[in-house]
Write a protein that binds this ligand. Structure first.
Ligand code: ADP
Length: 828
């Protein structure tokens, strides 16, 4: 268990960390307030002390004078009314000097006075204080200074009654002792309390409300009301101040005159006077104020340094966080639920989500506008969710975003943290995978469909071949029956071969292996040949094929004759197949125009009045293995590949095949192709020659010797049988190597021709041919070598020529072609 030190505990105390600022402010406020409080208390007590001492000094002076007066009033000689006033007054002289008084006088009750000044008598019976004294029979102190007998000196007078018990009836006032106090005496006390730099101001206010004494000259003689009226502000109302002045109460207040002041009044006992003290707070307590200011400055500096440090830390953290968020591919945001506005949005929002950071930060409704991100909805979902998270996806500007939000509580406030992840790449990858999967599934389905179609289409003729073979075996001695079986086997074999050819063509088209072998051709010739090829079928069904070449202006073009013919034969043979007996078929050739590059657009339009095509089947007519299911087609053999291949070939020739048809209304197939025109007529010779050769019968080749290189014995037997019929001696080599050895070991000119299979064990036909041609003997240079291969495409033919062979004969062997080859190489 970790033991925390006291300091660590403090550092780890969350409450202290959270409220450190409040605590600091409280400490500072407490410090300042206590300083101010104690300073004010000190100020007040200082003032009171000054006032009390001032008061005491004045009171003491008055009191001592009063005691003297009282003593004089009890002096037997002085109060003896039988002694003239002048004589009595002479005795008072010494008191005046001893007590530093302006004058001491003795009065009879009429108001005549004998005074220490020149020992003269006079009359002062009119004086109100004298009258007051007579009336109240009490000592009276004049509270207002007056001018003394010299008409100059300012004095206060004390009126003390005396009684002459010896000569006057008891209780009758004999007169008064009057004592004149120098006003300056009071003034001196006040001056001493005041302060030359006016921080302190001391005054005496007499009963008339006049400031009789003040350490400031301009204040002397001023009415207290005028002095009060100068204050711009006072913590006590005017009325209350006046009331207190009138009732002689001790009171204080704060005021703003020309400076901030504290004013205090205190009544002087036994007088009608008040002594007042005024302090300029700022001047008197300037040190305190400066120290306060200094303190504040120190506190402020500490606060500034700390907050700068803190700010720097925050700035550094902010920078780090920004750097992190800018360089990552996730956008971060914090949304304050209470304030209903974002608190933070990382700047990478511009790069990742293509929106302006400040715009979205200042107006979060844009998130709703752009991404349908409604914080009210998110809030509701987050409150509902058990794990307090909520995720959703949005699409914007071809991009996919994954939003994940979390509900968190920070510093007592609820916030939504949101992380946005760009999922576009993932989505694209997923889409690609999906498409690939779909394609694979499609291809798989297509493969299954293809295989089942193939299986069906192969089994049908195979069934016929095997069945007819079985029947023929059963009836070996019935020649017509055997011949019939062989005819049917022949038909099915041809169909099977056609199927294989078409399937292979399809495969080559699918794999982009089929290429156009363009040569110079005569279109008229091609069309004529179509008739020759299909005439048997036409005769059988007693149909009429009309050929219209009137629209053909340029008959000599470059084209892949074999493929173009294949397309046309397929379409015309379909017309024958799907048109009833005595039907009418038309093949029309149209030329639509030529471009600058010498290409002309041709249309071969095949029209029939046959069964027609239903509108349901029309959209599927060019799809592989599709055949219309009806009574007509069901009886007719077909692979459903012909039109698919034809359309692809037409596409290769920059054209297309279109069809117009209705059930029972016949059909119109239009083959459109683009063909390049020939400059001169140079294409028809070769074709006619081939055609001519094919029609001729095989002559007798007795004495000629042919080497058949074939690994399959049955195939060897077939070819040996066919050529053996023409009187040719046949020798057999089971593979390429044996063939090379046989030629090498034979005499010059021993073999007249070699039939060479291509795919063989030990050594293939290409290598064997090359090796034979390379033998060191003369006859191999011109020795005809004919490839006999099941690989029957033009690419294969090309390979055979490259290997040094003269001809290419496809398996199964077309006997007519075989005879043509024999004639070509053995008759010279
Ligand atoms: P196949 O003829 O070997 O069945 P095709 O691809 O040549 O294959 O033709 C596909 C299908 O189109 C045929 O089975 C037939 O239903 C329909 N069809 C083609 N040509 C015609 C036509 N001239 N008249 C009626 N139906 C036709």
């Amino acid at each position: 268990m970790k033991v925390f030190t006291f300091w660590e505990r403090i550092k780890n105390n969350n409450f202290i960390i959270k409220n450190i600022r409040v605590l600091c402010v409280l400490v500072i406020a407490f410090d300042i307030l206590t300083t101010v409080y104690f300073s004010v208390q000190m100020l007040k007590s200082n003032i009171r002390e000054i006032l009390t001492t001032t008061n005491n000094e004045i009171a003491l002076y008055i009191d001592s004078t009063l005691r003297l007066g009282t003593a004089i009033a009890n002096d037997e000689e002085i109060k003896d009314t039988t002694i003239p006033l002048v004589e009595r007054a002479a005795k008072l002289d010494s008191y005046t000097k001893a007590y530093n008084l302006f004058m001491v006088g003795v009065l009879d009750k009429e108001g005549n006075i004998g005074s220490s000044i020149r020992h003269k008598t006079g009359y002062v019976g009119y004086r109100p204080y004298f009258k007051e004294m007579l009336a109240t029979r009490k000592t009276v102190l004049s509270d207002q200074y007056v001018a003394g007998a010299d008409h100059e000196t300012k004095i206060y007078t004390l009126w003390i009654p005396y009684y002459d018990e010896k000569h006057l009836p008891e209780g009758e006032i004999a007169g008064a002792i009057t004592m004149s106090i120098y006003f300056d005496k009071i003034e001196d006390i006040i001056q001493n309390k005041g302060d030359s730099n006016t921080a302190y101001e001391c005054s005496v206010v007499d009963s008339r409300g006049i400031i009789s004494a003040n350490n400031k000259e301009d204040m002397r003689g001023m009415q207290i009301e005028d002095a009060l009226a100068r204050a711009k502000w006072r913590s006590m109302s005017d009325e209350l101040v006046k009331e207190h002045l009138k009732t002689h109460k001790e009171f204080s207040y704060w005021a703003w005159d020309r400076a901030f002041e504290y004013v205090s009044y205190m009544p002087i006992p036994q007088t009608n006077w008040l002594v007042s003290m005024r302090i300029d707070v700022f001047k008197s307590y300037s040190i305190l104020l400066w120290s306060l200011l200094l303190k504040l400055l120190v506190y402020f500096s500490i606060f500034l340094v700390l907050s700068l440090r803190k700010n720097r830390e925050i700035w550094l953290h902010d920078n780090l966080f920004n750097m992190m968020s800018i360089n990552t591919d996730d956008v971060f945001g914090i949304f304050d639920i209470k304030k209903n506005k974002p608190e933070y949005i990382s700047y990478n929002i511009e790069r990742i989500m293509s929106v302006d950071h400040d715009e979205v930060f200042n107006d979060h409704s844009l998130m709703k506008k752009y991404f349908q991100v409604d914080f009210e909805v998110i809030k509701a979902k987050l409150f509902e969710a058990e794990d307090k998270t909520y995720a959703f996806e949005r699409e914007w500007k071809d991009k996919s975003f994954y939003f994940k939000s979390y509900l968190v509580k920070h510093d007592g406030e609820l916030k939504i943290i949101m992380i946005v992840h760009d999922r576009t790449e993932e989505r694209i990858k997923n889409d690609r995978l999906k498409t690939a999967l779909q394609q694979a599934e499609k291809a798989n389905i297509a493969k299954t469909v293809f295989l089942s179609a193939m299986s069906h289409d192969i089994r049908t003729p195979m069934n016929a071949i095997m069945g007819m073979t079985a029947i023929a075996k059963e009836h070996l001695h019935e020649l017509p029956r055997v011949a019939d079986c062989l005819d049917k086997i022949d038909v099915s074999s041809k169909y099977l071969l056609n199927l294989i050819d078409e399937v292979l063509d399809m495969a080559r088209i699918e794999n982009d292996k089929m290429i156009l072998q363009e040569t110079a051709v005569d279109l008229e010739n091609i069309v004529d040949e179509i008739f020759s090829i299909l005439k048997v079928g036409l005769y059988k069904k007693d149909q009429k094929l009309t050929i219209d070449l009137s629209g053909l202006k340029h008959r000599y073009v470059y084209a892949d004759k074999e493929k173009l013919q294949k397309v046309l034969v397929n379409i015309v043979s379909n017309a024958i197949k799907y048109t009833d007996v005595k039907g009418k078929i038309k093949l029309e050739v149209k030329e639509l125009g030529c471009d600058d590059k010498g290409f002309c657009s041709y249309q071969f339009i095949v029209t029939d009045n046959g069964s027609g095509i239903s509108k349901e089947f029309l959209p599927k007519i060019f799809l592989p293995f599709e055949r219309e299911e009806n009574s007509v087609t069901n009886k007719i053999q077909g692979t459903g590949l012909g039109l698919t291949i034809s359309k692809r070939i037409a596409n290769m020739m920059q054209g297309d095949i279109t069809v117009k048809s209705e059930s029972g209304q016949g059909s119109v197939f239009t083959v459109a192709v683009k063909l390049k025109l020939q400059q001169e007529n140079d294409g028809s010779g070769q074709e006619s020659e081939d055609a001519a050769e094919a029609l001729e019968a095989p002559p007798d080749y007795t004495g000629k010797r042919i080497l058949v290189v074939e690994d399959n014995e049955l195939n060897y037997e077939i070819i040996a049988e066919i050529i053996g019929c023409a009187g040719i001696t046949v020798e057999w080599a089971e593979n390429g190597l044996l063939a090379v050895e046989k030629v090498r070991d034979s005499a010059e000119g021993y073999f007249d021709l070699i039939f060479m299979d291509i795919q063989m064990p030990v050594m293939d036909g290409y290598t064997a041919s090359k090796n034979i041609r390379n033998l060191e003997r003369e006859d191999v240079v011109k020795m005809p070598i004919v490839a006999v291969s099941a690989n029957a495409f033009s690419e294969d033919v090309h390979k055979s020529f490259v290997a040094g062979m003269n001809e290419h004969l496809a398996k199964p062997i077309d006997i007519q072609k075989l005879y043509t080859i024999l004639k070509r190489y053995l008759t010279c």
